[in-house]
Every structure is written in structure tokens, then in C-alpha cells.
Design a protein around this ligand. Structure first.
Ligand code: C2O
Length: 541
């Protein structure tokens, strides 16, 4: 492969949206940020210079970072943030990877505006396994806040209550005509009748899973999380934060302007969110410019069935090599907690349900980021920064799954900790995620860094080994799995990439509340199984 160089200057930019002018943080004063292009097996070198007062890191979402964990990007997991005025050069290779990825800030809630696409083409002369589309377009779903998102995160954590909804959903940064002052702030794709287009859908939004649909048009899913799938045709998709989906759309309808709509998927009750859609246009050439766009019909916000139907239809394109013998099964509950109020001034930090404090957890442990990165502490043997006891003492029996636990954590008092799970190189790992929650259950998009994994099964209710059905033939190969509402999902992968890998809910407010843990994969034998030394310019805390 060749080497692609990019220069990222993280800067503030004055923008006017929703009748308000404010400064947002962006890269190279572009919003959404610049697209990084490469081909399979290329090396990508990006120098990130932080010209803002905020702490910044950039994560390359979906890139497996084979033997390059130092460049993964999550703050306090693999690196300290790049401080104001500092820079750091990310260097990694797209080893056997191609498709739709994205990059985003991985510190506080800066992802709200610091994101962009990372597009990796197949090697020269290697065609897609479907008819080459006439054109392709990047379609990034996002959320826009009028408040300063770094402040907002602090306020939400200090209040103990939930996060307010974004002020707008956006498509490629544009809210569209459903929002104030936005009738001209609309994204539009011009299409030639009868041609087929590939849309690269990316959900970069902070806190909301979303449906996406196009009026009167079918979409054929051909790739999910940068891996080809068997073609699956649908009129709606759900894209959780952290997920990418490529769809083919043929402009086979009468000439006109058709709405593309993005709206919320929210299965939990009593949660504040905006039930309003961001609209973009699928605009046939030849349509009268003043014609009214045909409205798109989004599923209702709590339409779990639509989500399940598409999940059921996702299959890897070819037969894949799913690990058959499992060396380690981890049972991991994911969900929200409402901790009892500990403060003497409840109005300060107990504004959650029942005067409690919102938290989130895996196996009832709230992940707390350490003061230096877990990777640095692990690599340099710096003690006291993390423990190796995830899932933790009372939960060790979850290592041996035998039917559904009816004594799963009750989520009324999560414990804090920087708990990690250490895994020997080459282990065949199976993880069963079980969605739980006291206030309400909801779909959590769980993302694993450093790996893709086979999603071999999922279902509603408690996981039960006796009734669970696993697909070991052609399951989809993903990096973010939406664990069904009150249900479970099972994944498998081979731990063949040494490093320190964050596994967390990609809804940022849940991550802030501690819905995550860290998997530490040890070095194997020899150079090809060993994480190299840290880069010299690695930021210091
Ligand atoms: Cu795209 Cu840890 O995230």
C-alpha cells in the first residue's frame, strides 16, 4: 500500500445554525470535518495539532489498529489528551480493512462537532461484490447543540440527572427544514434518473440512535461496520451511534424531490428526546426546483420490530471462520443505574429519578477513567491506576454461563472502579451482553476497540444457553452491536491484537456515566504478536 498524509488542525469555527451564532470545535475549519481517503493496506499518517483551549484526542472508529494500540485515541485509555497548543501524529495501517469508517474526538463530548468520514477503497482493480454504483455519497447523521458540549457534560454529571436532548438532528451538519431558520440549511443529493447510488451512512451523533429512510425508495444494505453483507433490502434502517451502513439506492421513481429523513429510535420510557426529524433531499435532476418534496415516513420512535427485522437480515457476504471452541466466556450486563443520593444537598447532584443519581455500568461496575492512560500504566507497570478484576468478586460466576442468571445486578447501587479484564494472546473469546436496568431498559450500542467481532446471536429477555440460537456460518462481522432492549447479544472474536481496548456504550452520556470496561490483550510470542514501544510524541497528562 501507499502512505496517506493528513494535517488536522483542531480549531474553533464560528457557525450560524438554528438562528444562533456560536463557536464550535472542528478540524481545519470544516464541518463535518475533512474526509480521510485511503485504500486497503495503506498507511495513514495524521498530524493532529490542537489550536483550541480544550483537550483533544482523535479516534479512528472501526480501524482495528493491528499492533498500533498507541494510536487508537480514546482519552485515558490509550493516551492522554493532546493539550492546547500541542500536537500528536497518529500512524496506522488499514491491515486487510476497507469500507466506511469515521474518525471522531474521544474526549468529553467533543464528538458533537469533531467528526468526519474515513473512506477506505478496495485495492486497485478489486471490484465491490455488487454492481459498481454510479456515484457514492457520505451521509453523516449527527446531533447539534447550542450549548457548549464540554460544559454540558460537566453540568449533566453534576446534576445527577439525564442529558437534555440535542437542539437538532443533522444530516452532514444540516438540520433541514423542520427546524427554525433552517429551510436553506439542508443537505441535498442530486441524482440522475435510473442510476444507482451508494450512500455511506455514519451515525456520529452523541446520544441518540436513529432511524433513516428515503421517501418511496428501497435501500439495499451491502456493508455494515466496514464489512460486506449479503444484500438485504429494506425501506428503513436503524443506525446507532458508532455504526456505519452502506446502502444502494436506485433512482427508479418518477422525477421529483424525495425526502431523506433521520429521526430518533428511543425504546426507553421517561427519557427526554426530540421526536422531530432532520430532512435532506434526494433530488432528481429535472425536478422543478419549486416542487414540494415527498415526505418520508419514519418508523415510530419506539419501533423495536423494525430494528429486529434488519438485524435478523444481516449476514456476512460469505461463510466466515467463527471461533468454534471457546476459551473464555464473559457475561456482561449493560445498563443504567440510579444510585442513592449521597449528597447533603440533593438539588446539587441527585436530579435523577427518585432523587437519585444516574450512573451506568457493566456488571454493576461504573467505569472510572484513570488519571493517566490505562495503556501507559499497563505498559510501564505503573501501579494503582487500574485493577484486573473485571467482572469483580461477586460476579465471577458470570465467567461460566449456564442459563440466564435470575440474580443479575439490580442496578440500584453501582460501584466505581477502573476494572479491566486481562486476556491471553490468542484466546477465543465469547461475550454475552445482557441488557438490564431499573429505570428502564434500552438498546445500547456497545462498541469494542481494536477488533471486529462476529455477532452470532441476539434475542429478547434474559439470555438462556439452552434456548439461544447461534449462527456460526455467516454472522455479520461488526464493531458496534446494539444490544436489544431488555435482551441479549452474543459475540465472538479471537484476541489476536495485543493492547488495551476500550469496550463501551457509544451513547456518550452513558459512557460518561461509566458504561464501559477495558480488555487488556497480552502480547503473544515474537514481533508479529507484540505491541511496539510508545511513540516519542505520545501526549503526557
Ligand atoms: Cu467511536 Cu470508543 O468510539
Amino acid at each position: 500500500g501507499s502512505t496517506r498524509f493528513y494535517d488536522f488542525k483542531v480549531q474553533t469555527l464560528r457557525v450560524t445554525k438554528l438562528c444562533n451564532t456560536k463557536e464550535i470545535v472542528t478540524v481545519n475549519k470544516i464541518f463535518p470535518g475533512p474526509v480521510v481517503y485511503a485504500q486497503e493496506d495503506d498507511r495513514i499518517i495524521v498530524t493532529v495539532t490542537n489550536e483550541t483551549p480544550y483537550n483533544v484526542t482523535i479516534h479512528w472508529h472501526g480501524v482495528r489498529q493491528k499492533l498500533s494500540c498507541w494510536f487508537d485515541g480514546p482519552s485515558y485509555i490509550t493516551q492522554c489528551p493532546i493539550q492546547a497548543g500541542q500536537s500528536f501524529t497518529y500512524e496506522f495501517t488499514m491491515v486487510k480493512q476497507k469500507g466506511t469508517f469515521f474518525w471522531h474526538a474521544h474526549v468529553s463530548w467533543l464528538r458533537a462537532t469533531v467528526y468526519g468520514a474515513l473512506i477506505v477503497y478496495p485495492k486497485t482493480g478489486v471490484p465491490h461484490p455488487f454492481k459498481h454504483p454510479y456515484e457514492e455519497h457520505i451521509v453523516i447523521l449527527g446531533e447539534y447543540w447550542l450549548k457548549d458540549v464540554v460544559q454540558l457534560e460537566k453540568q449533566v454529571l453534576a446534576s445527577g440527572g439525564g442529558s437534555p436532548p440535542a437542539d437538532a438532528f443533522t444530516i452532514n451538519g444540516h438540520p433541514g427544514p423542520n427546524y427554525n431558520c433552517s429551510s436553506n440549511d439542508v443537505y441535498k443529493i442530486d441524482v440522475v434518473p435510473e442510476k444507482t447510488y451508494m450512500l455511506r451512512l455514519i451515525n456520529a451523533g452523541l446520544n441518540m440512535e436513529n432511524f433513516f429512510t428515503i421517501a418511496n425508495h428501497k435501500m439495499t444494505i451491502v456493508e455494515v461496520d466496514a464489512e460486506y453483507t449479503k444484500p438485504f433490502t429494506t425501506d428503513r434502517v436503524m443506525v446507532g451511534p458508532g455504526q456505519t451502513i452502506n446502502v444502494l439506492v436506485t433512482a427508479d421513481q418518477p422525477i421529483g424531490i424525495y425526502s431523506m429523513a433521520m429521526g430518533p429510535y428511543m425504546s426507553a420510557q421517561n427519557v427526554s428526546f426530540q421526536n422531530i426529524s432532520s430532512i435532506a433531499y434526494f433530488n432528481y435532476l429535472g425536478a422543478a426546483t419549486n416542487s414540494i418534496s415527498l415526505p418520508a415516513k419514519l418508523p415510530s420512535f419506539n419501533d423495536n420490530l423494525s430494528v429486529k427485522t434488519v438485524m435478523d437480515g444481516l449476514r456476512s457476504l460469505n461463510q466466515v471462520s467463527v471461533p468454534k471452541e471457546i476459551d473464555m466466556t464473559l457475561f456482561v450486563t449493560v445498563g443504567l443505574n440510579v444510585n442513592k443520593c449521597k449528597s447533603k444537598t440533593p438539588q446539587q447532584n441527585c436530579q435523577g429519578p427518585n432523587n437519585g443519581t444516574f450512573a451506568a455500568s457493566m456488571n454493576n461496575f461504573t467505569f472510572v477513567k484513570p488519571p493517566i492512560s490505562v495503556l501507559e500504566a499497563y505498559y510501564k507497570n505503573i501501579e494503582g491506576q487500574f485493577t484486573e478484576d473485571f467482572p469483580g468478586a461477586p460476579l465471577q460466576f458470570y465467567d461460566f454461563v449456564d442459563g440466564a442468571p435470575n440474580n443479575a445486578p439490580n442496578n440500584t447501587q453501582a460501584l466505581n472502579g477502573t476494572k479491566t479484564k486481562v486476556i491471553e494472546y490468542g484466546t477465543n473469546v465469547q461475550i454475552i451482553f445482557q441488557d438490564t436496568g431499573t429505570v428502564s431498559t434500552e438498546n445500547h450500542p456497545i462498541h469494542l476497540h481494536g477488533y471486529s467481532f462476529y455477532v452470532i446471536g441476539f434475542g429478547t429477555g434474559n439470555f438462556n444457553i439452552r434456548t439461544a440460537n447461534f449462527n456460526l456460518v455467516d454472522p455479520p462481522y461488526m464493531n458496534t452491536i446494539g444490544v436489544p432492549v431488555g435482551g441479549w447479544a452474543a459475540i465472538r472474536f479471537v484476541a489476536d491484537n495485543p493492547g488495551v481496548w476500550f469496550m463501551h456504550c457509544h451513547i456518550d452520556v452513558h459512557q460518561s456515566w461509566g458504561l464501559g470496561t477495558v480488555l487488556i490483550v497480552k502480547n503473544g510470542v515474537g514481533e508479529l504478536e507484540t505491541l511496539p514501544h510508545p511513540p516519542v510524541d505520545l501526549p503526557q497528562c
